[in-house]
Design a protein around this ligand. Structure first.
Ligand SMILES: NC(=O)c1ccc[n+]([C@@H]2O[C@H](COP(=O)([O-])OP(=O)(O)OC[C@H]3O[C@@H](n4cnc5c(N)ncnc54)[C@H](O)[C@@H]3O)[C@@H](O)[C@H]2O)c1
Length: 345
């Protein structure tokens, strides 16, 4: 399977490493606004891949099976629709888009095209989050009573043209970063009845958001996310869950990362499965892992091979996550809870 990556910044390079490690996949082209930099990076990584500064060349190439869209969010819709119309399978980074109209255009085009369409909601594939979801769904410690999720990082200065700090383009960290936890909550527990949010708003939009997801008769669920911290603050994500008869805790900066206790037992590591090429590695003092990205792109490749929809992280699921985060931002703006319609839009 031949893949082209559109957008070769932080995420495009991450995906290039994964595609190079996945069997049966050839990274066949890269499209970026800065070809010389991409060529230098690829050379250093020991690979020679054609690099273009226009996506039309790649879409017109019949040998390319799939396109991986790692562009700024405001460019997703036009590139995804063009790739689907060219008959390509498409993987698109999260958030799908910043309006429901754009999301719907992509989802409907994918349904017309009949090719595989998947969105990069990587927590659904993150080894520890997968192990935790399995723990919840199997009821290993009884009913889930409460869940708190957090995600924090220094204000990003790396993005191309600083698009992440342009609220018109990224909608700020409440949208771009915190959507990971919203999507995981939807994956784990389904659609909440309402969301109640507050946060800190500055020149980069809602730079920190606190949300309560309301599940009548269900667990108490809340999440905090933002890139409001000083620029050198390391990325960190964590969660804590309390059950009728136990607890689970995860901290990306701890070792072991994932622990649990049942009944009166002492806390111990909860086992999770890393893909073979996705072991954790040290990145400047912060442990990061390719495992979640390996798992999600392997699922995309497998879906293409089998000619089936992806097992999760579909276009419609990604659109629902956008719908819920937009409701969270409205809730923070209007300082009141927002009820969600029973069915996704
Ligand atoms: N799943 C995750 O964990 C995760 C992490 C980071 C980013 N993302 C998502 O990946 C996507 C890309 O983010 P990134 O961090 O790689 O961004 P980035 O700024 O590092 O890279 C953007 C790439 O797009 C190209 N580009 C083309 N036209 C552009 C334009 N008009 N403005 C700016 N860049 C342009 C740039 O040359 C660059 O190659 C976003 O949707 C982002 O939300 C996902």
């Amino acid at each position: 399977m031949k893949v082209a990556i559109l957008g070769f910044g932080f995420m495009g390079k991450m995906h290039a490493q994964v595609f190079q490690a996945l069997p049966g996949v050839e990274l066949a082209a890269v499209v970026t606004g800065r070809p010389p930099r991409a060529r230098a990076w690829l050379k250093k990584a020991g690979t020679e891949v054609p690099v273009y500064d226009d996506h039309e060349t790649v879409l017109a190439d019949p040998t390319i099976d799939a396109v991986d869209v790692c562009l700024p969010t405001d460019l997703h819709e036009s590139r995804v629709v063009a790739a689907l119309r060219a008959g390509k399978h498409v993987f698109c980074e999260k958030p799908l888009a910043s309006t429901l109209k754009e999301c719907a255009a992509m989802v409907e085009e994918a349904e017309r095209a009949g090719t595989v369409f998947m969105v990069g909601h990587c927590l659904r594939f993150w080894p520890e989050y997968q192990a935790f979801a399995d723990f919840v769904w199997k009821g290993r410690a009884g009913r889930l009573l409460s869940l708190t999720l957090r995600r924090a990082v220094g204000r990003p200065a790396y993005s191309t043209g600083n698009w992440l700090l342009d609220t018109e383009r990224s909608l700020g960290s409440a949208f771009d970063l915190h959507i990971h936890d919203t999507d995981f909550v939807l994956h784990l527990l389904g659609r909440p009845a309402a969301v109640a949010s507050t946060g800190v708003k500055d020149e980069a939009g809602w730079s920190q958001i606190f949300t309560r997801y309301e599940y009548p008769d269900g667990p108490l669920v809340q999440a905090e996310g933002g890139w409001i911290f000083p620029p050198k603050w390391d990325f960190r994500m964590d969660f804590r869950a309390v059950f009728e008869n136990g607890a689970v805790a995860y901290d990306s900066a701890a070792s072991p990362t994932l622990t649990y206790a049942i009944g009166n037992g002492a806390p111990k590591p909860l086992a999770f499965r890393e893909p073979p090429a996705g072991e954790s590695r040290e990145t400047g003092g912060n442990v990061s892992s390719l495992g979640g990205y390996m798992n999600e792109l392997a699922a995309f490749v497998e879906a293409v091979r089998l000619g089936r929809p992806p097992p999760t992280a579909t276009g419609r699921e990604a659109m629902e996550s956008v719908e819920v985060v937009l409701a969270e931002i409205r809730s923070a703006e209007h300082e009141r809870p927002i009820r969600l319609p029973e069915q996704p839009r």
